[in-house]
Design a protein around this ligand. Sequence first.
Ligand code: NDP
Length: 314
Amino acid sequence: MENMYDVIIIGGGPAGLAAGIYSARAKMKTLIIEKGVPGGQIFTTSEIENYPGGIEGETGPSLSDRMRLQAESFGVEIKPDDITAVDLQGEIKKVTGMFGEYEAKAVIVATGAHSRKMDSKGENEHIGQGVSYCATCDGGFFTGLEIFVIGGGDTAIDEAVYLTRFARKVTVVHRRDKLRAAKSLQEKAFKNDKVEFIWDSVVEEVKGEGPVDEVLIKNIKTNEITTYKADAKDGMMGVFVLIGYNPNTEVFKDQIELDNAGYVVANEKMETNVKGVYVAGDVRVKTLRQVVTAVSDGAIAAVEAEKYIDDTFE
Ligand code: NDP
């Protein structure tokens, strides 16, 4: 079969690219299948300060571009495709996408996670009309306007500060009275004059004929709902929903073991419960989802896949 590989890596974020580098460098015929842009979630990250050895001004796109070039320099093939079915139980693993079928001796699942929605009234209707899940992608559209950032984790607080480059004012809406974000990020946000906080609150509704011009925020302790209207001269406002992620594992749910939240269960060798199937990055059960842990997973998964292939297919 033309599309037969030693290793297929599903997902081209940092975990998948690192797995690709290790796999191809070990002379295994390696394919990375990525449905979007190689780089995964970091492609939409504005600033990466904590990746060891990172250069000043490092952004998600700059780091992931270098990773991709490095993977390609070792001979990794990267194909765009959206995987719709997998059959991982046999010795030869079968992966089916919208554009083709692929086979491999080992598979590394590195599909990452996608943004969680608030499930508030009007949210879906206003995606791209004021509601956004990506500060780097859409921040510029809100230059001089007011922005609400929903969430209290690292992403929300990091991006709230980033969005002050564009916005007149950024209001963080968090469902508790304490942030989950790292202390260093909290400090940056607290000392930024443009950042305000609304505690113990969630978005009840997002409104607007066309772009968002009204946000209804509910205090979950008092049930009081407050309406925030865009200034007449602005005409619209931004709502950045940055409340975490859900794993991209729909296609694997009858094939490999997942936990209750849908993340892939693996041991420290990145082995799943199916022989020849490994996992790496944000999609697996783990405590710290960072680029540095994703690339580490990818390296381990590729090395273990190589050993498995050597032992099984001599
Ligand atoms: P997290 O899961 O860490 O945080 C999600 C936040 O959204 C929490 O504050 C949570 O509230 C809140 N939330 C969740 N669901 C809802 C909901 N339905 N309605 C309202 N609020 C909700 O996700 P992040 O995206 O912030 O981070 C994901 C991973 O990426 C983490 O491991 C993080 O460390 C990492 N990261 C690291 C960065 C860095 O180091 N610079 C930058 C960005 C991300 P509550 O606190 O009450 O649970």
